[in-house]
Design a protein around this ligand. Structure first.
Ligand SMILES: NC(=O)c1ccc[n+]([C@@H]2O[C@H](COP(=O)([O-])OP(=O)(O)OC[C@H]3O[C@@H](n4cnc5c(N)ncnc54)[C@H](OP(=O)(O)O)[C@@H]3O)[C@@H](O)[C@H]2O)c1
Length: 277
C-alpha cells in the first residue's frame, strides 16, 4: 500500500474506506462489516467513520469489522458541530470509543464548522490527546479562510488534515484550498471520490476505462490518487467494488488520459466556495 506522511511524521495509507450509509439497517450490518474486513485484508487500513453516520450505527459496524485487529487500523471518526464544545467534544469522543470498542481514535475530526468557537473544540482535542483518547485531530469541510483562521489559534497548527468533497466533478478546491494545504504540508482527505456513484456514467471516464481495461470508478480513484498529498476514502459495501477500488492503485493514468480528464472536468480558474455533501 502506498502511504502518505501526516504533519506529525506518521504515515497512513493513501487509499482508505468510508462508512457513510453503513449501520442504518440491522440486516445489512454484517455484510457491511465483512466488506470493511475485506478492505483491511487488501491493505485499505484507514477507516473513516463519524458519530453522525447511522446515528452511531456505522461506528458499531466498524467495531465488528476491526474486532481483534485494532492495531492494523488507522481509525478516523468525527464530532458533530453541535457537540463540539469543550465538554461536549470529550463526551462525544467517549461515546464513539465505546461504540467502536476501542480505547483510542487515531484521528478525530470536527465534522464541519458550527457555532461553537473553534478555540473550545481545540482545547477539547488537546485534552483528548493528553489523555490518550485520540492521537491526532483535524477538521472537515473547512474552506481556505477557515483553515487560515484555525492556523492562528493556539494549537491550531497541529491540525493533521482537512477532509473535503473532492472528485473530478468537484475541483473547485484546487484553486486555493489544495495549495494552502500543500503549503502547510497537510494532506487533503478526499470524500465522495466517485460522487456517490453519480460520476460513473460520464462518457470521458467510460472512454478511458475502456482504453485501459479498467472501470470508470477506478479511473476516478486513480485520478485522485495521482494528486499529491491526497488521501482517498471511497465507501463500498459490495465486495467486488472493494476489490475494484483497491486495484485502482495499480492503474497509472497516462498524460493523454489526464489531459482528456482536464478537458471533460476543467480545473477552476477562480475561487469557488467550498462545496459539501
Ligand atoms: N466529512 C464529510 O462531510 C463527509 C461527507 C461525505 C462522505 N464522507 C466520507 O467519505 C466516504 C466516501 O464518500 P461517500 O460514501 O459519500 O461516496 P463515494 O465513496 O463517492 O460513493 C459511495 C457509493 O459508490 C458506490 N461504489 C463504491 N465503489 C464503487 C465501484 N468500484 N464501482 C461502482 N460503485 C462503487 C458504493 O456502492 P456500494 O456501497 O454498493 O459498494 C456507494 O453507493 C463516506 O463513506 C464517508 O466516510 C465524509
Amino acid at each position: 500500500m502506498q502511504v502518505l506522511t501526516l504533519p506529525s511524521g506518521e504515515t497512513v495509507p493513501v487509499l482508505g474506506q468510508g462508512t457513510w450509509g453503513m449501520g442504518e439497517q440491522a440486516r445489512r450490518a454484517a455484510d457491511e462489516a465483512t466488506a470493511l474486513r475485506l478492505g483491511l485484508d487488501l491493505g485499505m487500513t484507514l477507516i473513516d467513520t463519524a458519530e453522525m453516520y447511522g446515528d452511531g450505527g456505522a461506528e458499531e459496524v466498524v467495531a465488528d469489522a476491526i474486532a481483534g485487529r485494532r492495531s492494523e487500523v488507522f481509525l478516523v471518526s468525527k464530532v458533530l458541530p453541535e457537540n463540539a464544545s469543550r465538554r461536549g467534544t470529550i463526551d462525544a469522543c467517549e461515546r464513539s470509543l465505546k461504540r467502536i470498542g476501542t480505547d483510542r481514535l487515531d484521528l478525530y475530526l470536527l465534522h464541519w464548522r458550527g457555532s461553537v468557537p473553534l478555540t473550545e473544540t481545540l482545547e477539547a482535542f488537546t485534552e483528548l490527546i493528553e489523555t490518550g483518547k485520540i492521537r491526532y485531530w483535524g477538521v472537515s469541510n473547512f474552506d481556505t479562510n477557515d483553515m487560515a483562521e484555525l492556523a492562528t489559534l493556539p494549537g491550531g497548527a497541529a491540525c493533521a488534515t482537512n477532509q473535503v468533497l473532492y472528485n473530478l466533478s468537484r475541483r473547485g478546491i484546487e484553486f486555493d484550498l489544495v495549495p494552502w494545504c500543500r503549503d502547510h504540508h497537510m494532506p487533503v482527505m478526499a470524500y465522495s471520490p466517485v460522487e456517490q456513484g453519480r460520476l460513473l456514467d460520464h462518457p470521458a471516464l467510460k472512454a478511458i476505462a475502456t482504453a485501459r481495461g479498467a472501470t470508470p470508478a477506478q479511473v476516478a480513484l486513480a485520478w485522485l490518487l495521482h494528486q499529491s498529498g491526497t488521501i482517498v476514502i471511497p465507501k463500498a459495501t459490495n465486495p467486488s467494488h472493494v476489490r475494484e477500488n483497491r486495484a485502482a492503485l495499480d492503474l497509472k493514468l497516462a498524460a493523454e488520459d489526464l489531459a482528456a480528464l482536464d478537458k471533460a472536468f476543467p480545473p477552476p480558474t477562480r475561487k469557488r466556495a467550498l462545496e459539501m455533501l
